[in-house]
Design a binder for this molecule. Structure first.
Ligand code: GLU
Ligand code: ZN
Length: 315
């Protein structure tokens, strides 16, 4: 079994990151598998090396250890996406060879105009630039993004928490971007290449990515990889229903540590809030490993209000 935690170093890690890191760690450690830490820094503008450094320190402080990744090495490296561009390039060439790749010259304004709001910030693309004659492409005076053309098929998978899905690709993702007009590789491409080439067998991550799963499975199959099994976990939200990550300045792991909160107290409080344990108390790492039960985990979003936070800080 090979699981992974794949954070983006775009800020200090907050409770939302701890929640998914903890569960990925738990799933792998309970089954005596190998945990991979992969740094997803393909968004070059938003990622910063100091955040990578900080997240390594914060995970170590939490006691969430990994077997392969930064500081550990391993046979599937490099474990930092900015060092894996040649793999993404090769994948694009394979898509090109299969006639699945095409340039899209649409402006942001056009994309917004056609975009039916769709689960989060996704916009379904209408295939406008698909099949554009070479001659017309040559006349375009903007740099294109690159899209893959998805077939009219459904992808079926069974999520470890949310059960069976059969997602019809033209409806869940449409032709999606794999390389942006600014040259950066898209998350959907990088994650499929990385989970595939790193031999990942189990992905555990936030429910916000459940709707990307079908396209990632499809892409992995096209590229000749065996897709992993997926378990999505509920999101942490605040009392007004916002993602905790939006308030991350307030609830970073660093700020909790600076206020004297113990690592195990954070994990214990999250395990209780998520329904993995039933008794309200401090659990040590070994107890969490032994007692946390994925079968009883809640599947709806988990509200962590101010009272919850006060209790954690003042316990
Ligand atoms: N890098 C993504 C994030 O920080 C996670 C991607 C994944 O787990 O597939 O949200
Ligand atoms: Zn287009």
């Amino acid at each position: 079994m090979r699981g992974r935690f794949a954070p983006s170093p775009t800020g200090y890690i907050h409770l939302g990151n701890v929640w998914t890191a903890f569960l990925a760690w738990l799933q792998v450690r309970q089954q005596k598998g190998t945990l991979i830490l992969r740094i997803e820094d393909i968004d070059e503008q938003r990622s910063k090396p100091e955040y990578t450094q900080a997240l390594l320190e914060d995970l170590a402080w939490l006691g969430l250890d990994w077997d392969e990744g930064p500081g550990k090495g391993g046979p599937y490296g490099p474990y930092i996406q900015q060092e894996r561009y040649s793999l993404y390039e090769k994948a694009l060439q394979e898509l090109q060879a299969k006639h699945l790749l095409y340039p899209c010259y649409c402006s942001r304004a056009r994309l917004q105009a056609i975009g039916a709001p769709h689960e989060g910030e996704h916009h379904l693309y209408d295939g406008h630039c698909y099949g554009m004659p070479e001659e017309q492409r040559r006349q375009m005076d903007r740099k294109p993004s690159w899209r893959v053309h998805v077939p009219h098929v459904s992808v079926s998978f069974t999520d470890g928490s949310y059960g069976p899905f059969s997602d019809y690709l033209p409806r869940v993702c449409g032709d999606f971007v794999v390389r942006r007009a600014d040259g950066l590789y898209a998350y959907q491409l990088a994650v499929a290449v990385d989970d595939g080439s790193m031999g990942i067998t189990h992905v555990l991550r936030g429910r916000d990515l459940l709707s990307s799963t079908a396209q990632q499975i499809w892409l992995m199959e096209v590229l000749g990889y065996t897709p992993p099994s997926y378990t999505h976990v509920p999101m942490l939200i605040d009392a007004s229903g916002n993602r905790l990550s939006k308030r991350q300045q307030g609830i970073t792991v660093r700020s909790l540590r600076d206020r004297g909160v113990q690592a195990d107290a954070i994990l214990s409080a999250l395990a209780l809030a998520g329904g993995l344990v039933s008794e309200r108390r401090l659990y040590h790492k070994g107890e969490l490993l032994r007692l946390c039960n994925f079968q009883t985990m809640t599947t709806h979003d988990i509200v962590l209000g101010d009272t919850w936070l006060d209790e954690l800080i003042h316990a």
